[in-house]
Ligand binder design. Structure first.
Ligand SMILES: CC(=O)N[C@H]1[C@@H](OP(=O)(O)OP(=O)(O)OC[C@H]2O[C@@H](n3ccc(=O)[nH]c3=O)[C@H](O)[C@@H]2O)O[C@H](CO)[C@@H](O)[C@@H]1O[C@H](C)C(=O)N[C@@H](C)C(=O)N[C@H](CCC(=O)O)C(=O)O
Ligand SMILES: Nc1ncnc2c1ncn2[C@@H]1O[C@H](COP(=O)(O)OP(=O)(O)OP(=O)(O)O)[C@@H](O)[C@H]1O
Ligand SMILES: N[C@H](CCC[C@H](N)C(=O)O)C(=O)O
Ligand SMILES: [Mg+2]
Length: 492
């Protein structure tokens, strides 16, 4: 189906379970829209019951804007041409796929889910498929969306189904054979990937995050498990305490990896961690292969194992996988050392969960010759329970802590910081609160001692800070460079 040409309602509704309908199935539809503020004449408006508001309340506005028909799960006023479904979000996913000509059926999908490691894993997986299979790979995730080398902007880790299907279409048109994508738990619960079949799913881990949305860890786990009910091969981190639950709920072939359990299909042995890389031996079904990945951090071993497992299940030779991983570079904002030319080191990382912060600080401590200085905050309008836990971890593992803001969003920055400090009450670790993040970074640089490693955690690749509902430009690399220039100016 050509984008931009009109399409009959009945074609858009192919495979949608319809409860009842008053709409004329021959109606020519221009496009599909789930936000009344963006409706154009001739659109099909899909009314979604949300968490903030209810899309059904905007049906009159959508009609005023020219909507030709409505898809809804609650009956609208008499006379509105509508199609009733049991889940508007699910219907939106199917309708969007139909609108864009079902592009997902013509590519192979690799979906990565888990609390941490998704973004990093997608980049390694893309590289492997490109180099070992000669595939053209689309990537969808937190940092950016990619078609080969072409960068497309991204707003969310996993976009809404309509935007997602549009991306798939673009990827297919650009010749992509494979799509590697992060599949967030929100996306799985909110049906953003409904109808997409994954050749491979990878489960990295499940640790505390997003409890504002899922409420309990069990519900969070159930969300992640949905991926493995829609895929051919599920690759599971057997060292994660939730692995068993995930396997129990899966409806696919399972391939496991581990650092310690010999019963896993792939095991990492003789792990060695360095300040610029990790090394280990990958052992799988009678094969042993030395691996070297130039991304520091204990978690790199896990991310690499997920990608090695992907390669093995796709029939790629283990020595070829090793060669690709050895050449792979790091990912922006993940264990990124900022070139500063100083006698101390500044490292930017995206750790914004307790588990990530703990792994990060432990890894850095493992190779630091001086102090470890941790600078971090926590996002507003997000899981508040993790804040004191992260405060406690920073105080336990770092030698000095600078508590600052992450993206406060609509919360009061001081209140978020107070939550973090509650977890630091019992410790004697020296710390300071500097609410303004650029100012906190400058403070860290001014007070750094030779051999210190200053860890800026939480914002990773982000080049913005969200305060209230406003997005302000903030790139930590620029703050560092400007301050270095200022310091040099003062010294000359
Ligand atoms: C919690 C969550 O994911 N919420 C998503 C959800 O919002 P919602 O259900 O609350 O929507 P709502 O604001 O109540 O509106 C309901 C409906 O009314 C419509 N509406 C609203 C107002 C109006 O005037 N007219 C109108 O038609 C809206 O377009 C919507 O369709 O559906 C919306 C439409 O798709 C999303 O934009 C929104 O994502 C928000 C912005 C968000 O911040 N999501 C984050 C938490 C998220 O998804 N994160 C994950 C995980 C991150 C990770 O771990 O990597 C991600 O994948 O990025
Ligand atoms: N396998 C892992 N286990 C635990 N922590 C990890 C792992 N991989 C990366 N991390 C830590 O988590 C941070 C986020 O990593 P990454 O961006 O790859 O995860 P993500 O799952 O994509 O996160 P998000 O859900 O925010 O998109 C990293 O900066 C690092 O500190
Ligand atoms: N994908 C994560 C990103 C968090 C990044 C951190 N900088 C924050 O704002 O909390 C989320 O939406 O929860
Ligand atoms: Mg991510």
């Amino acid at each position: 189906m050509e984008v931009g040409t009109k399409v009959k309602l009945k074609e858009l509704l192919r495979d949608v379970v319809i409860l009842s309908s008053t709409a004329d199935m021959e109606t020519e539809i221009h496009s599909v829209c789930y936000d009344s503020r963006k409706v154009s004449p001739g659109d099909l408006f899909v009314a979604i019951e949300g968490f903030e508001t209810d899309g059904h309340a905007y049906i009159p506005r959508a009609l005023e804007a020219g909507a030709a028909a409505v898809v809804c799960q609650k009956a609208p006023e008499d006379g509105v041409p509508h199609v009733m479904v049991s889940s508007s979000r699910r219907a939106l996913a199917v309708i969007s796929a139909n609108f864009f000509g079902r592009p997902a059926e013509k590519m192979k999908f690799i979906g990565i889910t888990g609390t941490n490691g998704k973004t990093t894993t997608t980049y390694l997986a893309k590289r492997l498929l490109e180099q070992a299979l000669g595939a053209r790979v689309g990537l969808i995730g937190t940092n950016q969306n990619l078609i080969g080398e072409r960068v497309l902007p991204t707003e969310r880790t996993t976009p809404e189904s309509f935007e997602l299907q549009r991306l798939f279409r673009e990827m297919l048109d650009a010749g992509c054979t494979h799509v590697v994508m992060e599949v967030s738990s929100h996306a799985l619960v909110l049906e953003r990937v409904y109808g997409v079949f994954f050749e491979t799913g990878i489960f990295t881990n499940l640790t505390q995050d997003h409890l504002d949305f899922h409420k309990t860890m069990e519900a969070y786990m159930e969300a992640k498990a949905i991926l493995f009910q829609n895929c051919r091969t599920g690759i599971i981190n057997l060292d994660d305490p939730w692995a068993g639950e995930m396997i129990q709920r899966a409806d696919c072939e399972i391939f496991t990896f581990s650092e310690s359990k010999n019963e896993a299909d792939l095991v990492a042995k003789n792990i060695r961690l360095y300040n610029d890389r990790v090394e280990f031996e990958a052992v799988s079904i009678g094969m042993i292969q030395r691996m070297e990945v130039h991304i520091p951090g204990s978690f790199t071993v896990y991310n690499a194992l997920g990608v090695i497992a992907l390669g093995l299940t796709m029939g790629i030779d283990i020595s070829r996988i090793a060669a690709v991983l050895k050449q792979a570079g790091g990912v922006k904002g993940r264990m990124e050392v900022v070139p500063a030319g100083t006698d101390y080191t500044v490292l930017i990382d995206y750790a914004h969960t307790p588990d990530a912060l703990e792994n990060l600080l432990r890894s850095v401590k493992g190779f630091a010759r001086g102090r470890v200085v941790a600078l971090f905050g926590c996002g507003g309008d997000r899981d508040p329970i993790k804040r004191p836990i992260m405060g406690n971890i920073a105080a336990e593992l770092a030698d000095f802590v600078i508590v600052t803001s992450d993206n406060p969003r609509t919360e009061e920055p001081g209140a978020i910081i107070r939550d973090i400090l509650k977890g630091m009450e019992e410790t004697k670790t020296p710390h300071i609160v500097i609410e303004n993040r650029p100012e906190a970074i400058r403070y860290a640089m001014d007070h750094a001692l030779p051999d210190d490693i200053v860890v800026l955690a939480g914002k990773g690749h982000e080049d913005y800070q969200i305060i209230g509902k406003e997005k302000h430009h903030l790139d930590e690399r620029e703050v560092i460079a400007a301050h270095l220039a200022e310091q040099q100016g003062k010294n000359s």
